[in-house]
Design a protein around this ligand. Structure first.
Ligand code: PLP
Length: 232
């Protein structure tokens, strides 16, 4: 077994163990491989080892590396800050944009998806930690943005995404993930048009995926635990 397939198996084991601890079915949690800064041959190896879902957080890198993966079956999500002028190139390359953080980018994505005669899956990114460096809509504004996204004809709201608190205090990290789970319940209970499928909780990374799974993550985004430290 290659190093990458061993690391991938180890991450799947971590997810499964974390799910079982809280009585969840491990199959409820998808693994998204965050491939930023990784050379194409390693990403290809990971796909060969069974990674089906990948995520890029830089538009430029996504565009540049997409041709090198085009012959391999995989699903690609966009998970980083998305500037309006980059959206044109990103939309044709992804099935989901996880980082919708305001009405302007939502409207832009809706227009682009409409022009391509398709429906684009999206997640609303919420800044659950309140850290000023983090992207995402404020928790108080999440339900409003979800309703606005739900009203757009070419976007399908699939749930919420967050980047956990950057803290060594596990209670602080847990609180940020539990906040996202509560917001999902609020949105589903609110019943706004187009929000009924907003069940995904994309949360948890290499260092804290167990905490996220315990709080209800349906998708964890993992990079370094599979690839090792990122090249500079
Ligand atoms: C890089 C990245 C991850 C993965 O982080 P690791 O600590 O390497 O597992 C997850 N989510 C986003 C948005 C990222 O940019």
């Amino acid at each position: 077994m290659s190093e990458i397939s061993q690391a991938l198996a180890a991450v799947r084991d971590r997810v499964a163990a974390a799910a079982r601890v809280v009585g969840r079915d491990p199959r409820e949690v998808r693994l998204l491989l965050a491939v930023k800064a990784q050379p194409a041959h390693l990403v290809r190896q990971a796909i060969g080892a069974g990674a089906e879902l990948l995520g890029h957080n830089r538009a430029q890198e996504l565009v540049e590396t997409a041709p090198e993966l085009a012959d391999l079956p995989h699903e690609m999500h966009f998970i980083g800050r998305l500037q309006s002028n980059k959206a044109t190139k990103v939309v044709p390359l992804v099935t989901c944009v996880q980082s919708v953080d305001g009405p302007a980018i939502a409207q832009r994505l809706d227009r682009l998806a409409g022009r391509a005669e398709r429906v684009l899956d999206v997640l609303v990114q919420v800044n659950t930690s309140g850290e000023p460096t983090k992207a995402g809509v404020a928790p108080e504004e999440a339900a409003g943005l979800a309703a606005a996204v739900g009203a757009l004809p070419h976007l399908r709201l699939r749930g919420l995404m967050t980047i956990g608190a950057n803290s060594t205090d596990v209670d602080v990290v847990r609180a940020s993930y539990e906040r996202l789970a509560l917001l999902r319940e609020e949105i589903l209970a609110g019943g706004a048009a187009g929000t009924g499928e907003a069940r995904e909780l994309s949360m948890g990374m290499s260092g804290d995926l167990e905490v996220a799974v315990a709080a209800g993550a349906t998708m964890v985004r993992v990079g370094t635990a599979v690839f090792g430290a990122r090249p500079a």
